[in-house]
Design a protein around this ligand. Structure first.
Ligand SMILES: C[S@@+](CC[C@H](N)C(=O)[O-])C[C@H]1O[C@@H](n2cnc3c(N)ncnc32)[C@H](O)[C@@H]1O
Length: 225
């Protein structure tokens, strides 16, 4: 957790540029629209620099409430600048694996589940906190299975290595020739499986040549097959 915090603290400004790069807003708006609704209370886990917060606010409107939770203070400082002027949007320092929020109508986590050592347990906890009827959405990047995306796998691997708190420059150079994204994919698959186990009304859609997937659902009344 300390390495995650120090990694993102060091790269806060650069991370914000990547998080708000042209085209990325379309994925974020789609994620916000799938989980949030007018008047809802939404929690964004691992909100980083708050790139999703304006989209969530757009959907919940003046009657709703949006809270972003993140471990990394320098990222939250950028987020605070982004939400300045919205009375019903706030960010708080907290651990998404044990969030300081007890009640919400919806949870969104974008590009976060790959950082958890036990993503299934975390998604399960979020579903427990939401309760039946709560909306949950996970937006994550994994290697593309689409023909148009496959040639870009080496570049994707280098991007994954560069964004991994535990890896260094030599790993980034080696990454295109290895399977550095395997652990990331395993964690994301695990998080998505947990969401599938707990939800109904699911929808899965992809963006960015198939590298980015958005899985959303409504927490069911108990477990189901
Ligand atoms: C790749 S960034 C994604 C940020 C943001 N969700 C976005 O889409 O731009 C991962 C974020 O997760 C945060 N994070 C990682 N582990 C966390 C945890 N256990 N609790 C809260 N935040 C966490 C990091 O501080 C960082 O802001």
């Amino acid at each position: 957790m300390t390495s995650v915090r120090s990694f993102y603290s060091r790269w806060a400004a650069l991370y914000d540029r990547i998080a708000t790069a042209p085209g990325v807003g379309r994925w974020r708006r789609a994620a916000a629209r799938r989980v949030a609704s007018p008047g809802a209370t939404v929690v964004e886990m691992g909100c980083g620099t708050g790139a999703n917060l304006p989209y969530l606010r757009e959907v919940v409107g003046e009657e709703g409430r949006v809270t972003g939770v993140d471990l990394t203070r320098p990222l939250l400082e950028v987020a605070r600048g982004r939400i300045d002027g919205y009375g019903n949007v706030e960010v708080v320092v907290g651990d998404a694996t044990d969030p300081p929020i007890r009640e919400a109508d919806a949870v969104l986590a974008t590009f976060v589940c790959g950082l958890f050592s036990d993503p299934a347990a975390v998604v399960d906890l979020w579903c427990d906190r939401l309760g039946p009827g709560g909306r949950i959405g996970l937006l994550d990047a994994t290697a593309s299975e689409r023909a148009c995306g496959r040639p870009l796998t080496p570049a994707f691997r280098a991007f994954v290595a560069a964004g991994s708190p535990a890896l260094g420059p030599a790993d980034v150079l080696r990454a295109p020739f290895g399977a550095v994204d395997d652990e990331l994919s395993r964690r994301i698959d695990t998080a998505r499986s947990a969401l599938v186990d707990r939800t109904v009304d699911r929808r899965y859609e992809t963006f960015g040549l198939g590298f980015v997937g958005l899985l959303t659902g409504t927490v069911a009344d108990g477990y189901h097959e």
